[in-house]
Design a protein around this ligand. Structure first.
Ligand SMILES: [Zn+2]
Length: 53
């Protein structure tokens, strides 16, 4: 089965070890390529820090 990034549509070539698995509020899984996963983490951290302050 192909692994496709849910954000940019990149198709995994070979290993998906670096790919992130996200679960949305409905419990659906989506995959993020390493690049998007990095961006996504940054988004979450930014959101957390704004909520925190
Ligand atoms: Zn991506």
């Amino acid at each position: 089965m192909d692994t496709v990034c849910s954000l940019c549509g990149t198709r995994a070539e070979g290993s998906t070890l670096l790919w992130a698995t996200e679960r949305d509020e409905r419990g659906r899984e989506s995959r993020l390529c390493p690049d998007c996963a990095r961006e996504h983490v940054r988004d979450i951290e930014a959101r957390l820090s704004t909520e925190w302050w």
